[in-house]
Design a binder for this molecule. Structure first.
Ligand SMILES: [Zn+2]
Length: 289
């Protein structure tokens, strides 16, 4: 079978599992946050708290969890993991240092070794982020193995921040990637703290990785084929803003001249395009010194 056929099958299985479990494991009370656990593939599941998502892997020797999201969400997840799987969290891996994804790590710190990229640890300590500080850090790559299963952690350089890692579950063909890529959704607002050119490089590196299912930190589950459109959007945005600047246009004039209607079906297009343009303009202005 070809790689793409395998990917299609894996996606079909993942989609089916998603729809089967979404209705039953579902959302909590209408006033509270929407929390859910859905099966992705093999031993890997997706955890939702409102607009934030992480993943976890269940093994015979315990659970490898990723972003705890916040303390209440983490406490909910811990109780669900105990009742569904009867296993403690042995490893807790942060996708990057941002508090909206990794608060609440202390919930798991009594049983788990906490892992993050070395820059993430620095920011977490400096900012007193309300979570457990990482016990273990790495710079470029690390493989975590538990119960005969593994997850490969890769730092692809700066992009959305300077501590983002992606996590590949090789047996399941799943990539968990937070804030560096989404499926059919614009990057967040005015691209704060972003290194755009390095970010485009990170997306190319992700496109070259071997996985079928893309499980992002926000938005729907996708496939590896969702990465290239996201990268092309960033490249087109960069090129058009740069062209406007070369023509001596003001930011407002650039907002009028940019045409990214090819991406109008992306999520947040109406809300964030103007902010994306502003962020790109700021980045390119800083680059120009
Ligand atoms: Zn972030």
């Amino acid at each position: 079978m070809t790689g793409s056929l395998l990917r299609s099958i894996a996606l079909a299985l993942a989609s089916a599992a998603f729809f089967i479990t979404a209705g039953t494991s579902g959302a909590s009370a209408q006033d509270g946050p929407t929390r859910a656990i859905t099966h992705l593939a093999g031993d890997v599941y997706r955890f939702q708290n409102d607009r934030h998502f992480s993943v976890f892997m269940v093994t015979s020797e315990g659970i490898v969890a990723t972003d705890p999201i916040n303390a209440d969400a983490a406490a909910w997840l811990e109780a669900e993991l105990d009742s569904r799987f009867g296993q403690p969290v042995k490893y807790l891996i942060y996708s990057h240092d941002h508090a909206d994804h990794i608060s609440g790590g202390e919930v798991f710190a009594d049983t788990a070794t906490v892992i993050a990229q070395e820059n993430a640890r620095k920011h977490i300590v400096e900012n007193s982020t309300p979570t457990a500080a990482p016990d273990l850090t790495f710079r470029d790559a690390m493989t975590v193995t538990l119960g005969g299963k593994s997850v490969e952690l890769s730092y692809l350089g700066p992009n959305h921040g300077d501590s983002v890692i992606v996590m590949r579950f090789p047996e399941e063909g799943i990539l968990f990637a937070v804030d560096v890529v989404t499926a059919d959704r614009l990057p967040w607002r005015d691209l704060p703290g972003a290194d755009i050119d390095a970010w485009i490089g990170s997306l190319k590196a992700i496109e070259a990785m071997d996985f079928a299912i893309l499980s992002p930190g926000h938005g729907r589950v996708g496939t590896r084929d969702d990465v290239a459109p996201h990268r092309r959007y960033m490249e087109d945005l960069r090129a058009q803003v740069a062209q406007g600047m070369q023509q001596g246009k003001s930011l407002d004039e650039i907002r009028q001249s940019v045409d990214l209607s090819a991406y109008k079906d992306f999520g947040e297009y109406d809300n964030w395009l103007s902010l994306n343009i502003e962020g790109m303009h700021r980045y390119l202005s800083e680059q120009a010194g």
